[in-house]
Design a protein around this ligand. Sequence first.
Ligand code: PMP
Length: 310
Amino acid sequence: MAIHMQPGPIAYFEGKFVPVEQAKVSIMTHAFNYGTGLFEGIRGYYCADEDNILIFKLKEHVDRFIRNFNILCMDIPEGPQRIEEICVEVVRRSGFKEGVYIRPLCYKSELSLGPKLKGVESSFCCYVIKLGDYVDISSGLDVAVSSWRRLSDNAIPSRAKCTGSYINSALAATEAKQAGFDEAIYLREDGTVAEGSAMNIFMVLNNRLITTPPTADILLGITRNTVIQLAQEELGIEVIERPIARTELYVCDELFFCGTGAQVAPVRSVDRRMVGNGEPGPVSKRLQEVYFNVVQGKAPTYRQWCTPVY
Ligand code: PMP
């Protein structure tokens, strides 16, 4: 689903805060031509009790962002601390008092020809938009296994959030929507399950939570890590990371997606086969409840994951 953008008035671009309409790049920019950008998607939740926006797992997102610089040979003057400050500042300058989505982006900003990485100058920018629920998280999604394969980590590194790699997501999501489904599940080249078009996948089978491993051509989601920890600590459920076969999607008890955008989104059917009884199952519902409590800063144990803006 394309999101109609309602941006905050101020973005960070070329080393300073500027009106968002002035944050523009040339058509000759390397990243525009070759997809050589790396980005993050971070949510901030409006917490009415505190009249504040709480940014969820800011540090973890910035950490993943910076680690992946090495894959694309990125080098920028802004360090992790400064990037965190900029993320908070673009939200603060928006004045928003509702759910937001922050998009830090590092891109090959040089005006140069040739798809290479080393020695091509990079820049950092950041903007914020308003964002509510991105997919239906209440009644369950109808999903289909995609005919498009998840890109291999050895082709375009799936563990990095590279701008160019989202062609893969767009192809899978478009195919699913055109066929009347809400979302897609990708298989890997070896035929096992990878993830959704922009979200990780979990299945409940015999009271265990199972998700695909970090080597399954997935983006190692921050929400995935959160769900694993909350399932173990709050639900006392065993979590197993192992390959998932396509047919397990048809026989499991529960299935859900998770991601910054998707949050915790139950799946009610796969390839027109009902998952469980076709309703969000007890584990998915309980995890959803715990997750929303945590992101809204209401769980003291996990409060350090929430960064207040104002
Ligand atoms: N996989 C892909 C391909 C994604 O784009 C996303 C969204 N960032 C995810 C998984 C979920 O990652 P996260 O929980 O860090 O948002």
